[in-house]
Structures are given as C-alpha cells and as structure tokens.
Design a binder for this molecule. Structure first.
Ligand code: SAH
Length: 221
C-alpha cells in the first residue's frame, strides 16, 4: 500500500477531478479509499497530450495499439469489489495497458504484479509508475493466460480484457479466500464476474454488464 502525494505532477484543475468523483458516487461507488485514490490519481498522464483535456471525463479513451484506458467508473467498480471483499495483500493484474488501473491498485494493495502482452504499452506503463514513485509494482511482459505463477498465490486478481472463458491458471493462482474480478464474454456481450475461492471451490457472482477489449491468448507483440 502506498500513499503518495501527486501534487506538482501538473494536475489539471481540482474541480474537474472532484466532478469525476461526484459522478462515480452518483453511480453507486461508495468506498472512500477508492474514491480518494481516484480523486488524486493524475489520469491525464496516462493518455496522449492531445486527449489530456478529456482525461477526467468518465469515458474510455484510446491509448494506441488498438487498446483503451478503461472508463473510470469501471476501474472504480472493479477495485471496489476487490477492496470490499477481502485482503489486498498480493494482487495480480492481467492487462496493464497504459498502467492507470495499476496505479490505482498500487495505492490500495501491498504488492501489485501486472502482466501485459504488448511491449510498447508495458514500457510506457513502467515509465509512468516510476515517474509517480510507486515502488510496490512489478511488471511482466507475457501472456496473462498463464497468470504469473512465480509470485502467486494471489489474494486478488483483476483482469482488464475479456476472455470467453476464465483461464484455468488464473483460478489456480487464487489463494484460499482470494477473489478475482474478470469480464467474461465476447463482442456481443460481457459480464463482469466476481469469482471467490473457498475450500477449493469457486463461487461466481455476476456484477453487471461491461464492455472490454478482447483478451488475447498466445503470441506476444
Ligand atoms: N488496465 C488498463 C486497461 C487495459 S486494456 C487501464 O487501466 O486502463 C486491456 C489490456 O489487456 C491491453 O493492454 C491488452 O494488450 C491486454 N491483454 C489482452 N490480452 C492479454 C493477455 N492474454 N495477457 C496479457 N495482457 C493482455
């Protein structure tokens, strides 16, 4: 868990960010630590300069390589579901993308392990985490279908791209009492699912419908 003071990073106006948090509250996000972290995280650093003026809108934005930075509401929802349901000791993220969700998690978890299959995105995410002086995050360039066995089992797993089926390795790397939040489905529809591991059985609960980029297994780029 790391508290950081991001002042001086060239934050855009406090009012714009306060408005985003008000909007998240209106949509049902209640956890105060999650809301505070979103309020203070400089999302504009995670998008191209040309899009920075839209960084505090509650919308997904393109970040290159055919990928997007997730909508703040979805980041808040997934984080809240994990924070409210148990330990945030060791957290695995699959799909670092631009590193925004990673940055939010790093401020609420003890350690974050994040896997990404696109090298160009991973390098940028790594750079930003360094710039923000977060030192509890470890990145891996690889296929998240395999999770990241070396550092498991994980108290929490978050997947930020949608597979049609939950990869077996991710279930196996969930600690007893661990939870995973993952969008499951295809282009026609996806559900955000919370999987909880208890006594070697996996309980599943659908949270709501979502729309994520597809989870891609195999070859890296
Ligand atoms: N978490 C990001 C959004 C990520 S977009 C945010 O904070 O905004 C989804 C990411 O998942 C993309 O970068 C994509 O390359 C990655 N991804 C898709 N399939 C993957 C896989 N099998 N292993 C690792 N990363 C994957």
């Amino acid at each position: 868990m790391q508290r950081v003071d991001f002042q001086g990073i060239g934050m855009t106006s406090q009012r714009t960010r306060d408005r985003l948090v008000e909007r998240l509250k209106a949509q049902g996000i209640e956890n105060l630590s999650v809301l505070e972290v979103i309020r203070s995280t400089p999302r504009h650093l995670f998008v191209d300069e040309a899009l920075a003026h839209r960084a505090y809108e509650d919308t997904a934005l393109p970040v290159g390589f055919n990928q997007t930075i997730s909508q703040p509401y979805v980041v808040a929802l997934m984080t809240e579901v994990l924070v409210n349901s148990g330990s945030m000791g060791r957290v695995l993220e699959v799909g670092s993308g631009c590193g925004y969700q990673t940055t939010v998690l790093a401020q609420l978890a003890e350690k974050v392990y994040s896997v990404e299959r696109i090298k160009g995105l991973l390098d940028k995410a790594r750079q930003r985490i360094k710039q923000l002086k977060l030192n509890n995050v470890h990145f891996n360039y690889g296929d998240g279908t395999l999770g990241w066995e070396e550092h498991g089992p994980y108290d929490a797993i978050i997947v930020t791209a949608a597979p049609e089926n939950i990869p077996e390795a991710l279930l196996n790397q969930l600690a007893e009492g661990g939870r995973m939040v993952i969008p499951v489905g295809d282009r026609n529809g996806q559900d955000l699912v919370l999987v909880s591991r208890r006594d070697n059985s996996f309980e599943k609960q659908v949270i709501e419908s979502v729309q994520f980029v597809p989870f891609i297994s195999g070859s890296l780029r």
